[in-house]
Ligand binder design. Structure first.
Ligand code: AMP
Ligand code: GLY
Length: 409
């Protein structure tokens, strides 16, 4: 089987790594990929936001795996299907589960899925009224895709208002939501339109600093499994969230195929959905896939082909996996790029924002590298991951030192 992976981050580098380990796969190409992937496999330039370009490149592959949300929402899977190419991921219509938070809420409400109460507004007056109705802490969300910058959670009414007004000014609707308390978990559900297969729940770390301080980021690290969570959490998520969502999407004629990322808050009243995404989470995927023993290519192609019901139960390695993100100076506010990186060839290093310049590896984005390690316990995996991170040289690079720390105690 020949597979094309679309995307350029550490999540896609993890997908490539797992696909290369699948004995049924003899070729993996990434587009556009990054400097790390280019050391392992062929990479091709690609404008991922252009569905026709994805489908053109996809010819000649047995499976196209789309990593990020932008091509999915733009219709890359639709274009591949029209060209007769098997593609893993939802159609543009189904990708609205991430493309519009209001749409996702409508599906959750229709399907009876537990989530935060919310209101969608489209003018400043309604925004103010809704803010005061929900009260602090305020949860204010851009309805549309915002590259991780769409959500503000704050006690500061002025800041909440400012974010809401900025979204409205940019032409977006705004969702106000009830605040959900409790630890978060990410459960990736592989879907084929009717059947759901959950992966191991994972947790990511969104704030830039140790102890969950500082601004939100795209994710500073992750680990799996979750020793503190109910062992039935994945099954609960299938029964109460993913299956009802799939059934509702099918009923509406927009069957959902791909990975449904269920972001949960484990509140004192039980789990509640915080968000749906229509792609693998980054950086949780890097930890989850490190433990998946079942060949990934077979799983993803079964999902794309509607054959998940025939897939035997997944098998998982014992132990735990941790991923630590090494970020550039100034990340997330204003990441500095172009710094030389040394020591990135160690085992378990995945690339995110890297490029080659004059024969040297340099940083080219805010999240530069991910280090993934496994171990018998979370403590072992942490030790291994941090030992590698400490050996990597990147001027003023920074990372959190507390990824999976509490869970490993
Ligand atoms: P989203 O893009 O919807 O995933 O939101 C990004 C992050 O904001 C989530 O991972 C949560 O940490 C936080 N968040 C979103 N919705 C809520 C909510 N209703 N209550 C508390 N925190 C939230
Ligand atoms: N880890 C958060 C996300 O992928 O959206």
């Amino acid at each position: 089987m020949r597979v094309l992976v679309v995307g350029s981050g550490a999540r896609e580098h993890a997908l490539v790594t797992s696909l290369l380990a699948d004995p049924a796969i003899n070729k993996v190409v990434a587009a556009p990929g990054n400097a790390g992937m280019a050391q392992q496999i062929e990479t091709q330039p690609l404008d991922v936001s252009d569905p026709a370009a994805v489908a053109t490149l996809g010819r000649g592959f047995d499976l196209v795996v789309i990593g990020p949300e932008v091509p999915l929402v733009a219709g890359a899977v639709d274009a591949c299907r029209e060209a007769g190419i098997l593609a893993f991921g939802p159609t543009a219509a189904a990708a609205q589960l991430e493309g519009s938070k209001d749409f996702a809420k409508q599906i959750m409400v229709s399907a009876g899925i537990p989530t935060a109460e919310s209101e969608t507004v489209s003018d400043a007056e309604a925004l103010t009224r809704a803010l005061d109705r929900f009260g602090a802490p305020y949860v204010v969300k851009d309805d549309g895709l915002a590259g991780g910058k769409g959500v503000v959670v704050t006690d500061d009414r002025e800041a909440a208002l400012k974010h809401g007004r900025a979204c409205l000014a940019a032409g977006s609707r705004v969702l106000l939501e009830e605040y959900l308390d409790g630890p978060e978990a990410s459960v990736f559900c592989i879907c084929d339109g009717t059947t759901v297969v959950p992966l191991l729940p994972a947790q990511d770390f969104k704030r830039v600093g140790d102890g969950d301080t500082g601004p939100n980021t795209g994710g500073m690290g992750a680990y799996c499994p979750l020793p503190w969570a109910d062992p039935d959490l994945a099954q609960w998520t299938v029964e109460h969230v993913a299956q009802p969502a799939l059934d509702e999407m099918a009923r509406r004629g927009t069957a959902y195929q791909g990975v449904l990322y269920v972001g949960l808050a484990l509140t004192s009243k039980g789990p509640r959905v915080v968000e749906f995404n229509v792609r693998f989470g980054d950086p949780e995927t890097q930890a989850v896939l490190a433990l998946l023993e079942t060949p990934l290519g077979g799983l993803l192609s079964a999902a794309a082909a509607g054959d998940l019901a025939d897939v035997p139960p997944l098998s998982w390695r014992d132990g735990a996996a941790v991923t630590v993100v090494l970020a550039a100076a100034g990340y997330p506010q204003s990441p500095r790029t172009g710094d030389v990186i040394r020591g990135a060839d160690a085992p378990g290093v995945l690339h995110a924002g890297t490029a080659m310049r004059d024969g040297e590896l340099v940083s080219s984005g805010g999240r530069v590298l991910n280090v993934v390690a496994t171990g018998q316990t979370l403590a072992d995996a942490r030790e291994q991951a941090y030992a590698t991170v400490r050996r990597i040289e990147l001027a003023d690079g920074h990372y959190r030192t507390d990824i999976a720390l509490e869970a490993s105690r």
